[in-house]
Write a protein of this length. Sequence first.
Lengths: 293, 404
Amino acid sequence: MEIFGISTALLGSQLLVGLINGSFYAILSLGLAIIFGLLNIINFCHGAQYMMGAFVAWIALTRFGISYWVALIAAPLIVGLVGVLIERLMLRRLYKLDHLYGLLLTFGLALIFEGIFRDQFGISGESYEVPELLSGGVNLGFMFLPIYRGWVIIASLTVCFGTWYMIERTKLGAYLRAGTENSAMVQALGINVPLLITFTYGYGVALAAFAGVLAAPIFQVNPLMGSNLIIVVFAVVVIGGMGSIMGSILTGLGLGLIEGLTRVIYPEASSVVVFVIMVIVLLLRPAGLFGKS
Amino acid sequence: MSSRKYARTACAAALAALSLGAQAQISGGSVKIGVLTDLSGTYSDLAGSGAVLATRMAIDDFIASEKPNFKIEMVSADHQNKADIASNKAREWIERENVDTVTELVTTSTALAVMKVAKEKDRVVIMNGPASTPITNEQCNDVSVHYTYDTYALANGTAKAVTTQGGKSWFFLTADYAFGHALEKDSSAVVLANGGKIVGSVRHPFPGSDFSSFLLKAQASGAQVIGLANAGADTTNAIKQAAEFGITPKQSLAGLLMFITDIHSLGLKPTQGMYLTEGFYWDRTDETRAWSKRFFEKQKKMPTMVQAGQYSSIYHYLRAVKAAGTDDTSKVMAMMKKTPINDFFAKNGQIRDDGRMVHDMYLVQVKKPADSKYPWDYYTIKATIPAAEAFQPLALSRCPLIKK
């Protein structure tokens, strides 16, 4: 069977691959959206923190024999802790200033982190094996799906929707949202807002590191792996609406699918399509698809 | 003053004058080499600080064994793979710091930009990292040497070997920029000439990271061979993901531009059995092993062909300066072209009038993990491609300097 001269098998497999990439976009843009929503910081180091997650997993495995499953929890904790330090020592001083300062600081940090890892590990990258339990693949009829890729979709969607639930449906989430609206009032009600902010930044960073661990068996773990991805993720956040939680998840998945389709129809445009959509959305809905203007 | 003392002083003065006379031929009193390379980006492992080290080793070895009567200096800088940065830096070096030769220049666009500056300022350019054939064809000039390899030699080695061994139908996965297109074009020609056919190709954005969509297309095409007309992280990611999607070993991959650092980073499991074309392999002869081990002690990595070629080319350049007794560009170029190159890197290497250094190339196959006995034991040399066959023949040259 064919649609527009493209076989349904090829179309199906490309959409599935698009969904896998979309899961990475979703989890990364979610972290960015949370950080922007509460801290008003455009976290340019997100890509570097994603890279650090992958490297921590790789170092844990090769130097200490720590398995993938442990790294999946430990790497986000370690990198999240680095995030907590960054927030406490540096970002904290910038909240009263223009967005630009936070952006410049985090951009500088990203360059420093990438530089350190490049100096230590070189640029060619390191290989991380797919864990035993998830190796191999299944034949879906229209394509061969590596089990690990299926796991990426499940793991990232679980974490994304878990995060959404925590923010939108729990008491902690209610404090967070209230803190975003009016931090002085929430502080007056006896809630430790600065601690909440530190926790939020740490959590956003941990999400990036989690995505990094998920990515390690798929891509070569190299110091620039995040900077290649982060620009697209920023576009996703802008399209979804800065700071919108569900918006960033859905937009991430949706754009992954659109990118997948573009790769079937006109591969040369696949790196541009996200930005074309961004331009259109900004012209028609400057606050983003899910943003409140 | 006694007559003996007088004689001694006079002799010393004469000697001093003599050496001054010799030095006067060297502009600025010293030969200055500028290493312009990628010190921070995608190509910094295959060229980068290793190329700077190789240059330093060449200078030190030359001073120790040939005792030149001129000073040799080196400067280095990061061109960030950008043509404008490269040409500005080269201009600054030549105008303000009196640099005699600009060298390395990985990434074709930077090489072409610096070749123009050097031609205008009459300085030597020695290129080891860049791959594209226009350097010695449409864009050739008489101050440039392209030393280590080019896309013609790569295609001629790898694509020919794979096609003649039964890989008749090809699908290309091509990086969507000048270098990728050139590599695909050169390789397609070789495949067709050897009785193969091209069943399709896809151009991926550069740089990419997820190649699964493109690989699925290649899989659907049913081609026996997927030719990777890309480099660096694009190639390594494509190889890793081809294994993940079960494409290899059913279909085989041909890495059209790969370096030993890529194999090292991927490991032997996903790369075993692949054919590559190399201008140098550290574990080939006693001579190559001896030099490479010295390099390894400092860099903690075995040299790529670019880094080995960098040493060889700089040594050859310095020897030409000494033999010509001057750093004058045209005289040094004439001496470099006249003198054959015989060292651990090349035997009877020759720089042609189009600037192409022709030397033997090697078709290698990546070992199985079980056959690799010690660190960096990665290749089996399957064939030596003689210099005369490895590179584009002058009869096909599009370089205006070649009179037909």
